[in-house]
Write a protein that binds this ligand. Structure first.
Ligand code: EUG
Length: 604
């Protein structure tokens, strides 16, 4: 299929596929797709490195093992990854590799993909992996874009795509405001199910784009933008298949017949849920999630601040307002360059030179090309509740924000319907969107990988991280897109580097820039809340207090729970015993190869 044909082919919809777009977003998605394929020049892939077989098993043995698994799950539920790698786009993403590759595209690839249909079948896959010592890598839906997508960390792992056949909302409780979901339920699908039931009194919380798995995003500790924005904090209860094939339910789920699984997260005894987030200690097959009551009204607001130096004073104003809940949601403080990028136009429309787009060009383009006009920082927030309650909070916010000279409240009535503001408005009201995708068009074949450090909400931290990021981006000639997502007492600075994934030099520059930022941030005492597969070893190594005591503890857990080291080896920097000391860590020095020098023999 040519790019033009691909651009015009229909976007899959819900409910015909679990990963589809809701019909209310179909037109937007179709437009987004056209924009993406218009800027695509990357030629179709022809595989150079076949067959892919994970280290530690001979090809014949691997083939035999897959045949056995076909017998167990059904032949149609086991696929070998030996075809050309197809990147697709957000709504039609691959489960075979990272479509936003920052390495050689055949580096982070699966050998095969399997589709279990139940918790029992997940157990079977796990037992099979133990029998043959085959690394498996579970994904919910594979939309962890910017952090590795669907790709496994160990080349040739068998990807366990949970979402394709396990995508039911098992419970949606309008009295307790809770739900119980399987891995294949997206934010789009959960939103649609709630609307279809007429449960207007319940809101979900969604990330910027709603195609991701609710369960997957939450166990990766993702963030959304309502008062329920800390997804992990809002979950209640897990069902987990352990790496040895046992299955457990956490919290109240451990008590047979309990009706409290989704309403009390802790149960009795050690709170074990934590070890199943950002780890490789188990495969989560069910998750409870709490839902927010419809607050009975809401109102988005946007303030702009003229100068780069306003960032520090703004953070000092935000902190007490946020901690005391006058600012009620996870807000974003974004740089004006992102307003340009959010137009969905390539950067070449504004600037055709090399190196970072100059500040004057950004400010001039913001003046002429956007409805909001020029500024340096924008705060996007929302007030919740009936009008009289909102009015009180908004008045406090207005008085505080206007202490910054030149602060401007943007009147939403002046903004056209497709202005980025309205995407923030919907997302902060729990309505999933796809608007945020627009900035991938900044470069041809646009891909993105995130640098995501956390810090307190303070002037000194915001300015230190901003300066650090700016310096690193300038060093590599990359445009700098900083967005501060303000939690309750901390903020996640999200810096997405957008690069042409068909350009080896651009990929390399992005990777070097990310590695610099991680090291420089750690030297100042900052760490990342989440990271891309390729950066996990480096980020894990920065959490090194007391001679790496935390990683030693993580490794003890890994050895106890996964003695054969089959589950997602290397995920979050945690390597099983069989892999340790064999050069599997991927660092700047190691040359960015996703394989080490073999594994300890199985000794079957
Ligand atoms: C974004 C936010 C994130 C993240 C990656 C991307 C949003 C980009 C708050 O967490 O991890 C606009």
């Amino acid at each position: 299929m040519s790019f033009a044909d691909e651009a015009n082919s229909a976007v899959p919809t819900l409910p015909s596929t679990h990963s589809g777009i809701p019909t209310f977003l179909l037109e937007k998605a179709q437009k987004a797709k056209e924009g993406i394929f218009e800027t695509r020049t990357k030629p179709a892939n022809e595989r150079q490195r076949l067959p892919v077989v994970p280290l530690g098993i001979e090809r014949d043995e691997f083939t035999k093992a897959l045949a056995e698994l076909r017998g167990q799950l059904g032949a149609e539920h086991v696929e070998i990854n030996d075809k050309p790698l197809k990147d697709g786009w957000y709504m039609e993403h691959p489960n075979t590799h990272d479509m936003m590759t920052i390495l050689d595209e055949e580096e982070l690839v699966a050998s095969a993909v399997v589709y279990p249909g139940s918790t029992e079948e997940v157990q079977q896959v796990v037992l099979w992996a133990n029998k043959y010592r085959i690394p498996i890598f579970p994904i919910s839906m594979g939309r962890n874009l910017g952090y590795g997508g669907a790709a496994p960390r160990v080349r040739g792992s068998v990807t366990v795509d949970l979402g394709r056949r396990m995508n039911q909302i098992l419970d949606l409780n309008p009295e307790d405001y809770t739900c119980l979901v399987e891995p294949g339920v997206s934010f789009y699908a959960l939103y649609e199910a709630i609307q279809a039931k007429g449960y207007a009194h319940m809101w979900i919380d969604t990330p910027d784009i709603g195609g991701g798995s609710v369960l997957g995003n939450t166990i990766d500790r993702g963030v959304g933008y309502t008062p329920y924005g800390d997804h992990w904090a809002c979950h209640a209860g897990l069902e987990v298949v352990l790496p040895t094939g046992d299955v457990i339910r956490t919290g109240m789920g451990a008590l047979p017949g309990s009706n409290t699984w989704q309403t009390f997260p802790y149960g009795f005894g050690p709170y074990s849920d934590g070890i199943f987030s950002q780890s490789n200690y188990g495969i989560v097959t069910k998750m409870g999630m709490t839902l927010m009551p419809n607050p009975g009204g809401y109102e988005s607001f946007m303030y702009t601040f003229p100068k780069e130096e306003d960032l520090g004073p703004l953070m000092e104003i935000i902190r007490p307002l946020r901690i005391s809940n006058i600012l009620e949601n996870v807000a974003q403080v974004r740089h004006v360059i992102q307003a340009l990028a959010a137009l969905g136009q390539p950067r070449s429309k504004f600037f055709t030179g090399s190196g970072p787009i100059p500040a004057e060009v950004v400010h001039a383009a913001a003046t002429t090309a956007t409805a909001v006009g020029d500024y340096t920082w924008a705060y996007y927030g929302m007030a919740y509740g009936p009008a009289h309650i909102r009015a009180h909070k908004l008045a406090l916010v207005d008085a505080e924000f206007k202490r910054i000279p030149g602060a401007r409240r943007v009147d939403p009535a002046t903004l056209p319907a497709d202005e980025y503001f309205w995407a923030r408005d919907r997302v902060a009201a729990g309505v999933p969107d796809i608007h945020e995708l627009r900035w991938v068009n900044w470069t041809p074949n646009g891909a993105h990988v995130a640098f995501s450090p956390v810090s307190p909400i303070r002037a000194a931290d915001a300015t230190a991280l901003f300066a650090l990021g700016k310096r690193a981006h300038d060093r590599y000639g990359i445009d700098f897109f900083p967005a501060f997502c303000v939690g309750l007492r901390e903020m996640h600075l999200i810096v997405e580097i957008v690069f042409d994934r068909d350009d080896g030099a651009a990929r390399r520059a992005a990777l070097d820039c990310l590695r610099d930022m991680i090291d420089e941030a750690a030297a100042l005492g900052y760490g990342e809340y989440r990271t891309h597969l390729v950066l996990m070893d480096q980020v894990a190594s920065t959490y090194s207090w007391n001679d790496g005591a935390l990683m030693k503890f993580n490794e003890r857990l890994k050895d106890a729970l996964d003695p054969n080291g089959i589950l997602a080896p290397g995920r979050c920097g945690i390597w099983p015993k069989r892999y340790r000391g064999r050069g599997w860590e991927m660092t700047r020095e190691s040359g960015h190869v996703s394989e080490g020098s073999g594994v300890e023999p199985a000794g079957l």
